[in-house]
Structures are given as structure tokens and as C-alpha cells.
Write a protein that binds this ligand. Structure first.
Ligand SMILES: [Zn+2]
Length: 142
């Protein structure tokens, strides 16, 4: 165990992204039998599966950047950019939502005010009609 640990201390940083967290993965080659591989936590580039831990480390340390990894790195960068855009958009959206709910609240206030004014108008008209009726009855009764 100590031997493996000292070996893993010698893992080179990721040749693709410079990441230093190179982790060990297991792949099941047949039921209950596992081979080892190493992968970069940052960009997920990995070695082929190897029969021993030491071979996986050696495979990691001797690998060269390849087209696939370059593509992965580019894709990761783009993903990072996209995430940033998404975060900005999210912030803007939550700002807009807040504005929206403020506008909504003001609209509700305005609606309530309109309702109140209509009630008032009704009351005034009713009073006015009442007076006209009273006056009309005064004229007719005289
Ligand atoms: Zn990497």
C-alpha cells in the first residue's frame, strides 16, 4: 500500500489542463475483476485501463496530449464560458423577476384603486339619482 502511495505521489500533472488532482478509477473488465486507470479531476482526460495500479500511473505519466484531449479541453473551456453566460443570464433573470413582481404589486395596487374609484363613482351616482328622484317627486307632488 505504501508503495502505491509513494508511486501516486509521483503522478505528473495533467498534460492537457495542468490539473494536479489525478485520481484513480476502476473499470470492471469482467465480473468482479477490475483494472485501474487514472484520470484528471479537472478535465476528465484518462488513461486506458491497466492491469495494475502502477501501470495505470505509468500510463498516466507517459501520455501525450492527443486530439481527443485537446477537443475535450476546448469543449471544457466553451462549457465554462457557457456556464458564465448562464450565470449572468440567471442573475439578469432574477433581477427581471424581481422587477416583474414589483410591477405586479403596483398593478394590483392600481387595480384596487380603480375598484375603489368605481365604487366611489357608483356611490356618487346613486346619491345624485336619489336627489333627482327626490326633486322630481317634489315637482310632481306639488
Ligand atoms: Zn486535466
Amino acid at each position: 500500500m505504501a508503495k502505491n502511495e509513494s508511486l501516486s505521489d509521483k503522478l505528473k500533472p495533467c498534460p492537457f489542463c495542468g490539473g494536479e488532482e489525478i485520481l484513480q478509477g476502476l473499470s470492471e473488465v469482467e465480473e468482479g475483476r477490475y483494472w485501474y486507470y487514472r484520470y484528471c479531476l479537472a478535465c476528465h482526460s484518462k488513461t486506458n485501463s491497466q492491469v495494475t495500479k502502477a501501470k495505470a500511473i505509468k500510463a498516466w505519466n507517459t501520455r501525450q496530449p492527443d486530439l481527443e484531449a485537446e477537443t475535450t479541453k476546448i469543449a471544457c473551456d466553451m462549457l465554462g464560458e457557457a456556464n458564465k453566460c448562464f450565470e449572468t443570464a440567471s442573475e439578469q433573470l432574477s433581477g427581471a423577476l424581481q422587477d416583474y413582481s414589483e410591477v405586479q404589486a403596483k398593478l394590483e395596487q392600481a387595480d384596487a384603486e380603480i375598484k375603489r374609484l368605481k365604487e366611489f363613482e357608483k356611490a356618487v351616482k346613486a346619491r345624485h339619482n336619489g336627489k333627482e328622484k327626490i326633486m322630481a317627486s317634489k315637482f310632481t307632488s306639488n
